[in-house]
Design a protein. Structure first.
Lengths: 379, 262
């Protein structure tokens, strides 16, 4: 472990820019902490935090100058690695024939600043889907290959966070080049730095740093340990997959459907939801056509449109499909849960539908039914 | 592929502000291409030169508000192979459908010196309530990109790509911070048909519902949340009674709250 002082962050930005990286990270815009271009550490949300609950997010001033003193916001890194709208190819009519011009995805050099542990797990899930299966997504690969990740251990949990339940945080454990823990003690403002790759260690050489003392390492460990105790939400995962499979016809799905707007916000903000739709367009003359790919959502009826109509017409079937995929069938499909416990779907649901509460309701009803069954047997 | 003859396009106006027709004239860069692909046979907003019907594609703007127009739309339908309604007036009755919630005779007495000369219907109604409509393009006004898509799709015999999902999807794709979640601003986006590109939230305003109800709109749940945000029933009524007040989902929701006191 190493230590860099607060002022050395500028040197980190310079070192990354010298290596031709485009720096992206948290910044304040329109009343929220979003991910965008960073010119210097001055663009970071210094002295800001957030309060979050179902359907509610508010930016709040901190009483210190912390740079990473907040939970995750409305954006996720997927907007850069798996962009919302991509043109795949263009076609031009040529007499009775036509020729196709494929888009060559540009090799990006992103450096993400301030990636949280839950987000590293989300990126790992996308790596699995887009890079490690039979079909590699060239758009994702071109943006992922050179990616430099400066991770941050969370100094506080948000009101909708539940990474502890999902075993995805708050401590950064994998998939980073450098990992920072921010520490503010009276006059001192510094970061304990862990290197995750040789590339990270090489960048660190360009920044004023020194070895961390045992006390500093302990202080950093205490920060994440404290954050782990502050989770705003809990999701009980024991036997979760079987619980959901047993309850495909549970009345709770109707109850949540009465509140669900089928607006698709949960899927758009989810860092692991990856579905897209592909659309062909023609111009007025019919001489030119284009194929576009866009983020799609299982909450639209078009998503399940097949010959004869949409398969999931009710809100019940759409919400159930989403939750079941995220927490159960994802495990069968990809070997991990599709949920990393970031809480975005809870905060950014316009009517505060809470994935943890929905699962709880089903679990509790089973317990109640079991208890009643026991009472009946005793009677 | 060479065509036998260019399809004939007609643009019709009923009770409306002309804004949706103007969207066609607003296609400045594409207008010459359109003129190259179709025979603009009837478009009084653009030209007095009129070619007789029948027409291959009719774009119909405006709602039905007079007995005369109720007749005329039948003639338009008979003269049209494809009939596409454009805008909130034609698809939902428009802002003038606010009369549907009141007594139109009272308006007549207030507005006109000699109301006896005015022949008007009690309700402003969408075109689809009178004749078969092949496609409805929503919006107040319509989006010109979507209009070009509808015309292109017609020319090439394919289905137009006009997604009926929420405005939220457009907001999220462009990275806009949700005004309802982050600011507590009431927004109709979650129940409103996409198509505008989510303009208002990008300028920190709630969605006004210009494109009318989306597919499967859950207006009751959204209203319940607005009440939780402290919005009184009278404001909820006004929000749903905008340009698409008479669209079924919005009409029903406004009527629920119109019965309640603040």
């Amino acid at each position: 472990m190493h230590v860099i002082e607060r002022d050395a962050l500028t040197a980190l930005f310079v070192a990354l820019r010298q290596r031709a990286f485009r720096l992206l990270g948290p910044t304040v815009r329109d009343g929220a902490i979003v991910y965008d271009e960073l010119a210097s550490p001055a663009d970071l949300p210094q002295g800001w935090t957030d309060t979050q609950d179902g359907g509610t997010y508010r930016l709040v001033r901190r009483n210190d100058a912390a740079l990473f003193g907040y939970a995750v916001g409305p954006h996720s890194w997927k907007q850069f690695l798996h962009p919302p709208t991509v043109r795949l190819w263009q076609a031009q009519r040529d007499g009775q024939s036509f020729h196709i011009r494929a888009e060559q995805p540009e090799q990006a050099r992103f450096a993400f600043i301030g990636v949280r542990s839950c987000e590293l797990h989300a990126i790992a899930i996308h790596d699995r889907i887009f890079l490690h299966d039979a079909y590699v997504d060239p758009v994702y690969r071109a943006r992922r290959e050179n990616l430099f990740i400066v991770a941050v251990n969370c100094g506080q949990a948000g009101g909708t966070c539940f990474c502890v339940s999902m075993h995805t945080g708050p401590k950064v454990t994998q998939g980073f080049d450098l990992a920072l823990t921010e520490l503010l003690t009276g006059e001192r403002h510094y970061f304990v730095v862990e290197t995750g790759t040789a590339r990270g260690a090489e960048v660190l050489q360009d920044i004023p740093h020194r070895a961390a003392t045992a006390a500093e390492e302990e202080a950093a460990a205490a920060v994440v340990a404290r954050t782990a105790t502050q989770m705003g939400r809990t999701l009980h995962t024991a036997g979760l997959q079987e619980l959901l499979y047993r309850n495909i016809e549970h009345p709770r799905w109707d109850e949540v459907a009465s509140r669900c707007l089928t607006c698709g916000n949960c899927t758009m903000v989810c860092p692991t939801c990856f579905c897209t739709t592909v659309t062909d367009t023609t111009d007025l003359t019919g001489a030119h056509a284009e194929r576009w790919r866009q983020w799609d959502s299982c909450f639209t009826t078009d998503f399940s449109y097949i010959h004869g109509g949409s398969v999931r017409t009710s809100a019940r079937s759409r919400y159930r499909h989403w939750l079941m995929h995220k927490l159960a069938t994802w495990i069968d499909q990809f070997g991990t849960s599709g949920c990393v416990g970031c809480g975005r779907c809870i905060t950014w649901c316009p009517v505060a539908i809470d994935i943890t509460a929905e699962v709880d309701a089903i679990r509790t009803s089973e317990h109640r039914a079991a208890a009643e069954g026991k009472n009946d047997a005793n009677a | 592929m060479p065509r036998q003859r260019k399809p004939k396009l007609a643009v019709w106006k009923f009770a409306s502000c002309d804004g949706c027709q103007l969207s066609l004239l607003d296609c400045e860069d594409e207008l010459l291409t359109i003129a190259g692909q179709v025979d603009i046979a009837y478009f009084l907003e653009a030209s007095r030169a009129v070619v007789k019907g029948p027409y291959d594609l009719s774009l119909v703007e405006g709602s039905i508000t007079t007995p005369h127009d109720a007749e005329r739309i039948q003639q338009v339908r008979r003269a049209s192979r494809f009939l596409v309604t454009i805008g909130a007036c034609a698809t939902a009755g428009g802002i003038q459908a606010l009369r549907n919630f009141q007594d139109v005779q009272e308006f007549l007495a207030l507005v006109y010196a000699k109301p006896a000369y005015i022949r008007t219907l009690a309700h402003s109604t969408p075109i689809a309530q009178h004749v078969r409509v092949d496609f409805e393009l929503h919006g107040c006004p319509i989006n010109k990109r979507q209009l070009l898509e509808v015309i292109s799709a017609f020319l090439h015999g394919r289905k137009p790509h006009i997604p009926p999902h929420s405005v939220c999807m457009e907001c999220k794709r462009r990275g806009t911070v949700c005004v309802m979640v982050a600011h507590g601003t009431p927004c109709l986006g979650p129940v409103t048909h996409a198509g505008c590109g989510a303009i208002c939230p990008a300028y920190q305003r709630g969605c006004y519902g210009c494109f009318g109800p989306k597919e499967t709109p859950n207006t009751a749940s959204l209203s319940a949340w607005w009440r939780h945000l402290g919005i009184p029933p009278s404001r909820i009524v006004r929000a749903f009674r905008g340009f698409n007040a008479y669209a079924e989902a919005f009409r029903q929701e406004s009527e629920v709250h119109a019965k309640q006191n603040d």
